[in-house]
Design a protein around this ligand. Structure first.
Ligand SMILES: Cc1ncc(COP(=O)(O)O)c(C=O)c1O
Length: 395
């Protein structure tokens, strides 16, 4: 075969997290136990009622194609859940189901971004936002947030980054990788700047139910004045511990939904029929698993942040949500042959058998991402190892 790939494939890169995860896999294959704090997914199993719904769907032979954009039942469940949780008012022409939120993002960008369009992405950022922008021919414009203010985006930062070429602003609050959560008022100010400047705001709500310190989940779609300006992306993955089921959604203008539906009808077509039934149960069934998981994450967050802050040379902003800590470990750079966060991650894995993700993968130099979607035992061992590692480096 002719191995030439298209130019658009050369615009995207394999994630820098690959080096660490490949090294972790190699260790595991050699029978060595690795404490894995690199995962971007809940460590909880999918709740029983959701699994049961999927089993029922299989038994009932719910195994044919559905409408490419998802069943009416699922679309109804998505808009109802969103209305109940946030007070939004979408109808079924303004929603579609996708194969996970990653697919939703791919679809939205494919439908909205063309050559010459700029997409403003707050840094640190989840790497898919940048690579998908490049893939569809757009230009990512990164806005650095400040660690001292908890990596929170402000309306002033957004205003300073917009140009006549800006098509889209990405907001992911609470966010991956830093856990930063916008204040509701600031979110509204940011949406106001976007509306004024004719820019679409895409809000990735994948972690929206995991907010700490008693804060209530917020969606910018709860404010009717922004309905024309906002596209919402969400998924069952994190909220209901369903990462492998692959169901996500887009809520937005009916014209956008029609455009994406066309695209999806020629690519994946519908999300798996059985997973759609499971997602309906997740959205319409009992919601108790969500606060239970949140309470566990809250306990772990306190433990992780306190322990990180107690390590000499490490600083850590308090994550307002999600399940990640994003400590600054730059005090270790220039010591023991460690030049940056990738070296740090590789050495922590090789020397101490702890897997984390280097901040270089998320667009900042000085940090690492540590997931606390892990057992307390793993967190304790991981943090003991990190403390010993930093002590050994003398940072
Ligand atoms: C910010 C963000 N958005 C979207 C996703 C993807 O979610 P899904 O599993 O629904 O594709 C992730 C997964 O890590 C994420 O961190």
């Amino acid at each position: 075969m002719d191995p030439r790939l298209t130019e658009r494939i050369s615009r995207i890169s394999a994630s820098q997290t690959m080096a660490v995860s490949e090294a972790a896999t190699n260790l595991r294959e050699r029978g060595i136990r690795v404490v894995d704090l690199s995962a971007g997914e809940p460590d909880f199993p999918t709740p029983e009622n959701i699994k049961e719904a999927a089993v029922r769907a299989i038994r009932d032979n719910f195994s044919k194609y559905t409408a490419p954009s998802g069943t009416s039942e699922l679309k109804g469940a998505i808009v109802e859940r969103h209305a109940a949780d946030f007070g939004s008012s979408y109808d079924v022409t303004e929603v579609m189901a996708n194969v996970g939120a990653k697919h939703s993002i791919f679809n939205v960008f494919s439908a909205m971004i063309g050559h010459g369009d700029e997409v403003v992405i707050p840094a640190p950022y989840w790497v898919t936002f940048a690579d998908v922008t490049r893939y569809v021919g757009g230009t990512p414009v990164f806005v650095d947030t400040d660690e001292r203010s908890g990596f929170r985006l402000t309306a002033e930062m957004v205003a300073g980054a917009l140009t006549p070429r800006t098509r889209l602003l990405v907001v992911n609050s609470p966010g991956n990788p830093s856990g930063a959560a916008l204040d509701d008022d600031e979110f509204v100010r940011i949406a106001g700047v976007c509306r004024e400047r004719g820019v679409v705001l895409m809000s990735d709500e994948c972690y929206c139910h995991f907010l700490y310190d008693g804060r209530k989940p917020f969606s910018i779609a709860s404010r009717p004045e922004f309905k024309d300006t906002v596209v919402i992306v969400g998924s069952v993955s994190k909220t209901y511990a369903m990462t492998g089921w692959r169901v996500g959604w887009v809520l937005g203008d009916a014209r956008l939904i029609r455009g994406i539906s066309k695209l999806q009808s020629h690519s994946t077509s519908n999300p798996t029929s059985i997973a759609q039934k499971a997602a309906v149960e997740a959205l319409r069934g009992p919601q108790d698993s969500v606060p239970e998981m949140l309470a566990a994450y809250a306990r772990r967050r306190r433990y992780v942040v306190d322990r990180l802050r107690a390590i000499p040379g490490v600083t850590c902003a308090s994550p307002g949500g999600a399940f990640y800590a994003y400590p600054n470990v730059s005090a270790a750079f220039g010591r023991g042959g460690i030049e940056g966060s990738v070296d740090f991650a590789v050495r922590l894995l090789e020397d101490r058998k702890v897997a984390i993700v280097p901040g270089a993968a998320f667009g900042t130099r000085d940090h690492i991402r540590m997931s606390y979607a892990a057992s307390m035992e793993d967190l304790e061992q991981g943090l003991d190892a990190m403390e010993a590692f930093m002590r050994e480096l003398g940072s």
